[in-house]
Design a protein around this ligand. Sequence first.
Ligand code: 13P
Ligand code: SF4
Length: 301
Amino acid sequence: WPTFAGDIEAILALKRERNAVVLAHNYQTPEIFHCVADIVGDSLALAHKAVTVDADIIVVAGVHFMAETAKLLNPNKTVLIPDLRAGCSLAESITANDVRLMRLRYPGVPVVTYVNTSAAVKAESDICCTSGNAKAVVESLGVARVLMLPDEYLARNVAADTDVEIIAWKGHCEVHERFTAADIRELRDAHPGVIVLAHPECPPDVVAEAEFSGSTAAMSDYVEREKPTRVVLLTECSMSDNVAVAHPDVEFVRPCNLCPHMKRINLANIRAALEQNRHEVRIDPEIAGPARRAVERMLSL
Ligand code: 13P
Ligand code: SF4
């Protein structure tokens, strides 16, 4: 704590001086999530709340696609990401040209793009989705077939729950693809009665063995609502740390996987971002227009 205290105090003062807010994803470490963030949530909540931010500067404690989404929704505000290397294996798995080629291969089939993509990929899409609304987005289009890019497992998990035919891409989240159904069976043996919650970026056989699957916010809501005695969140490690704070009576079993990209963000570089105005997110206006439309179409649902 003593090592955190100086940075926390400095960040709180800088936020006041510079009229800045910190948007933090659920995977940020507890000292960021609980001590300096103004707005927290899953990707969908962060996008919705970004629209209503009343500040000059938004610091995104999350990965690069989240900062781009915040900038798309706040073109006249300064949006900062404390470390430009905070990427995402899903966003890396597909380019704008890949989307154009998929459209040529499947003419007339609408493209639903996961928000875990670059602005350039969003700009080639009809509509975005998150893990929190993927099924609703797919079904909102009123068509028999959609392309759902780039997360193969999210696409297959949604396909298992809808009549719409889903054509997937081959991207995976490097954090969630590592969970296996065998892990769940071992967990159940070692921790009798444990309730298993799996993020929809996990492979379909993992989701099938879990009691519940949903976005990071949906997992947090599940714990709040059901108050399980013992629970395991098959997702990034900080999730359990953050949710556990409000639930001292729940036992959180913790095999988890770290997201190295989310972990690039820390108190020191959030402070440096506010002190030195770095790293400002800029999006080519030709890309920003169509990318914004895809995000706003999702938010309007
Ligand atoms: P959520 O939208 O569920 O928070 O997920 C974001 C993410 O990056 C999951 O790996
Ligand atoms: Fe990307 Fe996976 Fe990290 Fe989420 S957890 S930011 S999907 S690599």
